[in-house]
Design a protein around this ligand. Structure first.
Ligand SMILES: [Zn+2]
Length: 602
């Protein structure tokens, strides 16, 4: 099913070491034959992410993520399978020749089709902006904001007009099918089935992913001649989530700022599009915008390859709110070094830079306070530390932050500071600190991984049989002789068996299945199976026992169904009942065979 030949996949895998590839992203610790780390795909404090160099797979026992090197790169870089293969191939120096037929229409995955549509749309918006006379108002607006031509090009800013079908017609003319248009989120289908543009009369900001592909758009309303119309519209709207645009996964501007972030070893995080574009234009290049979403593990993963030093710029109105500060908890827990700048009332970064200039803004960034100091100052403003109840309140809140800091030295320093400020002995604070249990789970962070919880198989016999087949591929034809794939009750095992039995490839490796079956549950199951030692001793006996047990269970299941049917027709349908009874007795006997033999062997 993969469009890249197995031979090439094999060659790439032979040349690369999954542990080496993964350790480019974060350090791995040796643990026996394997390596361990805290999982990059969910938030955790004790490592449950295992990398097996022998089997060339990874598996997380926490969230169930797992697979081979391609699965890892897909998840880590948020790219699809063919892209991941190319990515790894480039690293290990394997050339991939793309056959002509692979480029045929329909050969593209939905994600690359959507990226292409976004690319076309961005081009359309941009052409509107630079060429069309209707864009005069938009051009004036950006001029007033001092956004120069270079920035317009760099961030590919564009404009849509007050039309219901401007983009729609443009894309249709280029042969894009309606269902893909709707999937892209750029076009909406109403209840009558009619299509229309989502973004109308707006300045358009393409949202790029880390690789520079456009995954979505944000649009800022343009004041129109019909003023009362504009009032009803929200100031900003964004693309809905699509196959390639998932909120909380990207940071706006990251594609153009990442190299500066690396060089300066720090990142400035602001809120909106213009808050990012204008400082960037004025020379603050290590800047990204969060677009108002709270921080996720994906953001941390994106940033920590470049820096651990984060400077958050708050507008003055948001700065005092507990919610804004709490949204930083995750960053602290993931070991990021967070500092905060609060702008004076009435300013956002965009207005600030325009009024005071880049140097002044840079000074503010340099003198940013640590989250600890920032919060302490806020609390000291709010409470009177001489009042015992207030003192307790301040201590509680501050200890809440300290407990999240991973670095023990830093924790000690902060305890000491807090003790001085509040005039409370360090020992007392330490006792209080111990009482605070670190919060266990952050649901908002887990949102994305919740669905991919480690896959659990209920039938141990099916699991063992799979494990045996994975270890000895020669067993596959043996199993195939006595069991059909649909005799497995577990849906994931059924799927794997179907592929295994259908393949005539004698050397089919389990990891090759990972790439053929594009299913999260399957990858999770296989990687789990490969890193877990089921402790099977007598292989031959286990093999036979498993088959008997599976057969027996299957028959029992059918017997239960028959029993229910018999009860139902007992009174009404004598003929039907006879047929059912016949099957019932037959199966009962057959089941007996498996039971006897297994008892004898025990
Ligand atoms: Zn995990």
């Amino acid at each position: 099913m993969s469009r890249i030949p197995d031979k090439i996949l094999d060659e790439i895998q032979q040349r690369c070491d999954i542990a080496e590839i993964i350790s480019n992203y974060f350090p791995l610790k040796r643990a026996g034959r394997n390596f361990k780390a805290c999982c990059p795909f969910h938030h955790e404090k004790t490592p449950s992410f295992i990398v097996s160099p022998d089997k060339q797979i990874f598996h997380c026992f926490g969230c169930g993520a797992g697979g081979d090197v391609f699965s890892f790169i897909m998840k880590q870089e948020h790219i699809d399978f063919p892209e991941a293969v190319r990515f790894v191939a480039a690293k290990v120096g394997v050339r991939i020749e793309i056959e002509q037929k692979e480029q045929a229409p329909g050969g593209y995955s939905v994600s690359s089709a959507l990226a292409k549509i976004n690319e076309l749309a961005a081009w359309y918006f941009y052409q509107n902006f630079i060429k069309d006379e209707r864009a005069e108002y938009a051009r004036k607006y950006l001029q007033n904001r001092q956004i120069d031509k270079e920035s317009v090009e760099k961030f590919r800013i564009g404009v849509t007009f007050d039309l219901w079908d401007g983009l729609l017609n443009f894309l249709r003319k280029r042969g894009i099918k309606d269902n893909l248009l709707v999937k892209s989120g750029l076009v909406i289908r109403n209840a009558q089935g009619k299509l229309y543009d989502r973004f109308r009369n707006r300045i358009m900001f393409p949202i790029f992913n880390g690789q520079g592909k456009i995954v979505g758009f944000g649009g800022r309303i343009l004041a129109s001649t019909k003023a009362e119309d504009t009032d009803k519209q929200p100031k900003y709207i964004n693309s809905p989530e699509t196959d390639i645009y998932i909120k909380g996964r990207n940071l706006y501007g990251f594609n153009v700022s990442k190299e500066f972030i690396r060089r300066q070893d720090s990142v400035v995080i602001v809120e909106g599009y213009l808050d990012c574009i204008i400082p960037y234009q004025f020379g603050i290049k290590n800047i990204v915008a969060s677009l108002g979403t709270s921080f996720t593990i994906d953001h941390v993963r994106l940033l920590r390859r470049y820096t651990r030093n984060i400077i958050i710029v708050f507008d003055s109105d948001a700065a005092g709110e507990g919610a804004a500060l709490r949204s930083l908890d995750l960053l602290i827990e993931e070991g990021m070094n967070v500092r905060i700048v609060r702008l004076e009332p009435g300013f956002d970064p965009d207005a600030y830079v325009r009024k005071y200039g880049q140097e002044h803004f840079q000074e503010m960034l340099t003198s940013a306070k640590s989250l600890f100091d920032y919060k302490l100052d806020l609390l000291l403003e709010k409470y009177n530390k001489e009042v015992p109840e207030h003192k307790t309140k301040i201590a509680e809140e501050m200890l809440g932050i300290i407990t999240k800091i991973k670095n023990a030295i830093l924790r000690t320093v902060y305890i000491k500071r807090l003790s001085e400020v509040l005039a409370v002995p360090e020992g007392v604070l330490l006792v209080e600190l111990k009482k605070i249990k670190a919060p266990v789970i952050y649901n908002r962070v887990f949102g994305a991984t919740q669905n991919s919880q480690a896959y659990k198989v209920s039938k141990i016999a099916e699991l063992m049989l799979m494990s045996l087949m994975f270890e000895n591929a020669e067993l596959v034809p043996e199993v195939k002789k006595v069991i059909t794939y649909d005799e497995f009750s577990d849906p994931v095992i059924q799927k794997i068996a179907k592929h295994l039995f259908a393949s005539n490839d004698k050397d089919l490796k389990p990891t090759a299945l990972l790439n053929r079956i594009n299913d999260q549950r399957v990858s999770s199951f296989i990687s789990n199976l490969l890193v877990t030692d089921l402790g099977i001793k007598d292989r031959k006996k286990s093999f036979e026992d498993c088959i008997k047990k599976i057969k027996k269970d299957k028959i029992q299941l059918r017997l239960n169904t028959l029993q229910r049917q018999i009860n139902k027709v007992q009174q009404s349908d004598e003929q039907g009942m006879k047929v059912l009874l016949k099957e019932y007795h037959y199966l009962k006997k057959e089941k007996g065979i498996y039971e006897k033999t297994s008892k004898k062997e025990n």
